[in-house]
Design a protein around this ligand. Structure first.
Ligand code: UD1
Length: 371
């Protein structure tokens, strides 16, 4: 069976890693990995291939940065040529990026069945490019692999046939369980000169937060005021650019309690997240990772595609409201013992860490029936 996996951004590399390892070692599968080139800096892509011991992609479409239409269209044009030649039995797309949608659309038009890893996640905010990507990808997929029961319900509500859905659990949980022992050994706390549970880990890169300079200023204002905590802030290239544009970059550098650093690898991030007092983020993946690592999370958004984490008391939505961010941080500090106890005893709606295995089995046993 010939499978083509399309990825292009850092979270997609991470969440595909266990599947890539399994498929590469399966005698019945020939797997090719197509990198779209959506992410291209060393610290946005190559570092993850190295850390996770992944094979080099078969091809790189080198699309680079651009507007949504440019990026999506370039991927489609270049991928179409490739797929016409290769004619795989299945095209697999993880997550919710422009690379995900472009891959799914191109394959569907060529009548190549599409398998979507992380199907059914919904924030119900169509202003987010990721929400558009998720919905459209799900609706043209042949097999939909959902991480949670809530994701399955979301798909059923949208009229997607139950026969196409496989609730497998979350591949991000698979990779976390596999990599945590290695991550524990990474000396990133020593390198940054920080002690466990004395700092907050901050990341922000969503376009609605960082391209809107008012929102970006509100987030920065909050962490400047949270000066009783050390703030570790690995900044995505988009965020670095916007911080400079808003004249916030040098302002942050003057704050002794904020460590503004380059984007980190997966293992460094896991180690930092596990030992943080709390995580402040607008990332979808980090909300789940914080939950699994039992670190309280504040999500710098009004909505989340992972309501399970909020329901279980592990995650709070503050948007970019400076006051709310400060108040919630104070509350988490004040109720630290109580929250930690709750997190320790929390059920895990993302299943048991063998999602990638189930996904591979489902693809192998799939008989292609008309949609
Ligand atoms: C993309 C995904 C987002 C995902 C994120 C993970 C979409 C719509 N968004 O957002 O869902 O959470 O990846 O990081 O697909 N840049 C570089 N070097 C790089 C990559 C990007 O400098 O290697 C800069 C460029 O200025 C670029 C900007 O970052 O314009 C944004 O990159 P882009 O891939 O468009 O979106 P992300 O914000 O990374």
């Amino acid at each position: 069976m010939r499978l083509t996996l399309v990825l292009g951004t850092r979270p997609q590399i991470i969440k595909s890693a266990p599947f890539i390892h399994l498929a590469s070692n399966d005698g019945e599968i020939r797997l090719e990995i197509i990198h779209t080139g959506q992410h291209y800096n060393y610290e946005m892509t190559k570092v993850f291939f190295e850390e996770l011991n992944l094979p080099e992609p078969t091809a790189n479409l080198n699309v680079g940065s651009g507007t949504h239409a440019q990026q999506t269209a370039k991927i489609m044009l270049r991928l179409e040529k490739h797929l016409q030649k290769q004619k795989p039995d299945f095209l697999i797309v993880p997550g919710d990026t422009n690379s995900t949608l472009a891959g799914a659309l191109t394959a569907t038009k060529l009548h190549i069945p599409v398998a979507h890893i992380e199907a059914g996640a919904r924030s119900y905010d169509m202003k987010m490019p990721e929400e558009i990507n998720r919905c459209l990808t799900d609706h043209c997929s042949t097999l939909l692999f959902t991480p949670t029961e809530n994701c399955t319900k979301n798909l059923l509500k949208e009229g997607i046939s139950k026969a196409k859905i496989r609730q497998t659990g979350d591949t991000m949980y698979d990779v976390l369980l596999q990599q945590l022992p290695k991550a524990e050994k990474i000396p990133i706390l020593e390198q940054l000169g920080i002690e466990p549970k004395t700092y907050a880990l901050l990341t922000a890169h969503r376009s609605e937060n960082v391209d809107n300079l008012e929102n970006l200023k509100n987030i920065v204002e909050a962490v400047i005021r949270l000066n009783s905590l050390t703030i570790v802030f690995p900044a995505h290239p988009r965020t670095q650019k916007q911080l400079r544009k808003a004249r916030l970059y040098s302002k942050i550098l003057k704050q002794k309690h904020i460590k503004l650093i380059k984007p980190l690898g997966y293992l460094e991030t896991l180690k930092l997240m596990k030992n943080a007092k709390l995580v402040l983020t607008d990332s979808g993946g980090m909300q789940k990772e914080a939950f699994w690592l039992k670190t309280p999370c504040i999500t710098l958004r009004e909505t989340t595609e992972w309501p399970e984490t909020v329901r279980l008391g592990a995650n709070r939505l503050t948007g970019t409201d400076t006051q709310k961010i400060i108040e919630n941080t104070a509350e988490i500090s004040a109720k630290e013992m109580e929250i930690n106890e709750k997190l320790k005893n929390s059920p895990n709606p993302f299943w048991n860490g063998n999602a990638s295995q189930k996904i591979l089995e489902a693809i192998k046993s799939f008989q292609n029936k008309p949609n």
